[in-house]
Ligand binder design. Structure first.
Ligand code: SF4
Length: 248
């Protein structure tokens, strides 16, 4: 068997294992209290959705902490508390606490996301994904939130499927994230060329595993973070070592 084919097998096997594994606590932010809130998707699904809406042009850990920081400011994390907030109040909190790089704009997105959960999902954000939905339906629903692009919408759907074990009819529309670690690993394996675009990365993952292109996401991200560093990669410790082209 050719090396790349073997790597694909290993990565798909790993991805399937993660998908089928028991649910575990996810460390989103390195802040235990914020993480507890985000992981409690059964009782506070709006916290997870609002956190993902904030994930733009700042480190994810910082973005994902925003709903928790706001809940502290307003004395509660229940959806009603958020719904009672006026747009101007949210803007004030964002600016006072310097929550984001784009405080006014992201405050507006935060406010509109609350209103959308209220109007379209009956105050319960889990109605976005409840009922064994198609992955396309879930991604499209996230895309309807102001400020959520394809990258974040598919990443959010992927976290729901892989980490929170939300049942879905299929995983076809859950793409790989064009993350810097993932792209570097794809290049070094030889899946894509040195100058490949994010679209090429996306289509390569679709080509390799059309039923669930996002299956490569977490394993490649981990490889990139742990061993396949930009300089001095630790190939001898990486489980792809035997088969990897090591295109540096
Ligand atoms: S074997 Fe080396 S180059 Fe290949 S993915 Fe692992 S760390 Fe990266």
């Amino acid at each position: 068997m050719k090396s790349q084919e073997r790597i694909t097998e290993i990565l798909i096997e790993k991805g399937n294992k993660l998908l089928k594994a028991e649910r575990e606590f996810v460390e989103f932010t390195k802040d235990k209290e914020a993480d507890k809130l985000m992981n409690d998707i059964e009782h506070n699904p709006h916290i997870f959705v609002l956190a993902c809406v904030m994930d733009r042009q700042i480190p994810a850990e910082r973005a994902w902490r925003i709903p928790y920081l706001i809940s502290q400011e307003i004395g509660g994390y229940e959806f009603e508390k958020f719904l009672n907030l006026k747009k101007e109040q949210i803007k004030e909190i964002f600016n006072k606490k310097k929550l984001h790089r784009f405080n006014d704009e992201m405050a507006e997105n935060f406010y509109l996301a609350i209103q959308k959960i209220h109007k379209d999902y009956d105050n319960d954000a889990s109605n976005i994904w409840k009922g064994n939905q198609k992955s396309a339906t879930i991604v499209r629903r996230f895309l309807e939130f102001r400020g959520m692009g394809v990258k974040i919408a598919t990443m959010t759907a992927n976290i729901l499927a892989r980490n929170f074990k939300i049942p879905m009819e299929d995983y076809i529309c859950i793409d790989i994230s064009p993350d810097v670690h993932i792209k570097r690993v794809f290049k070094r394996i030889g899946y894509i060329g040195e100058d490949s675009s994010n679209d090429e990365l996306l289509y390569k993952a679709r080509e390799l595993n059309p039923i669930y292109p996002g299956i490569f996401d977490l394993s490649c991200w981990e490889i990139g973070r742990e061993w396949c560093r930009p300089t001095n990669p630790k190939c001898e410790q990486c489980y792809l070592n035997e088969h990897c082209e090591k295109n540096m």
